[in-house]
Design a protein around this ligand. Sequence first.
Ligand code: NAG
Length: 333
Amino acid sequence: MRGSCWWLKLNRRAEHKFRQLLISSVKSVKIKLLLCCCIAFTLFVLTGKASAFVVWSNQNPVFTPYSPSRKGYSIVMNTWKRYDLLKQSVKHYASCPRLESIHIVWSEPNPPSDFLLKFLHHVVQSNSKDGRHVKLKFDVNKEDSLNNRFKEIKDLETDAVFSIDDDVIFPCPSVEFAFDVWQSAPDTMVGFVPRAHWEHSSVGDGDKFQYGGWWSVWWTGTYSMVLSKAAFFHKKYFSLYTNEMPASIREYVTKKRNCEDIAMSFLVANATGAPPIWVKGRIFEIGSTGISSLGGHSERRTECVNRFAAEYGKMPLVYTSVKAVDSRNVWFW
Ligand SMILES: *[C@@H]1O[C@H](CO)[C@@H](O)[C@H](O)[C@H]1NC(C)=O
């Protein structure tokens, strides 16, 4: 009896040990399985990401948030006796994907020469990409006035106008991005060159407002205008500028040969009650003899701001510090 009992005990012990062995081996299998799952999952995520990345980068990098049937934009370019700059600018912009037409605002006493016309038409045709046909039109004005650049254009097919000087060049991706921003806020002026008006705390006999150039905008990060030398806006503002805005402002602009861009900023701000939008973009200045490089520029601009505020009977400009940035070009989120 004792013997069998001992044997039984031994047997139980072995069974117990065997069970323990079994359990531990099951445990290790479980851990191994878990490890495998982890590795598989990591691999899956990595390859998934990689393949998704490949798909993304294979796609056309030009992002079109709207259906392609939607109209593009027109360029309205102000120029003055700088044919080499004009040729360079027209040649560059003709290659931008969603550009429909280029309108050149011509205010010189002599109309454009046949040679220039032929040359520009040729340049536009040879630089239009993907079989598109970008139209080129000259708007010849008799009077030499800065208001000409905001005259109504009868055959303008697009709502979006990109107003530009002939001496600044923006790469097409910058222009197209600004166009995207404009499409999400079509009443707003969307541009690359921000400026501000500063209010004096001590109001004396002199000017109440001061025009703030690039440095003050850079320092404060705040602005209230974008200049029409490089800005998108709706074509309806052409007719507002020419027909609705007080004539005294247009006369002032003609007489002083300055500030048509400030006048347009006032007009849009008064119509919308909202600030413009500054878009980040690369700028290449190809000319160096603009108005802004002449002496006394800031004083004259300050005079304009005060004059226009008096005409409106208030200050319509609104401050903002918003800047639109293409998030694909931002490295760190
Ligand atoms: C400013 O906007 C108001 C309201 O839209 C309008 O009645 C007024 O005529 C505008 N002022 C000017 C000078 O355009």
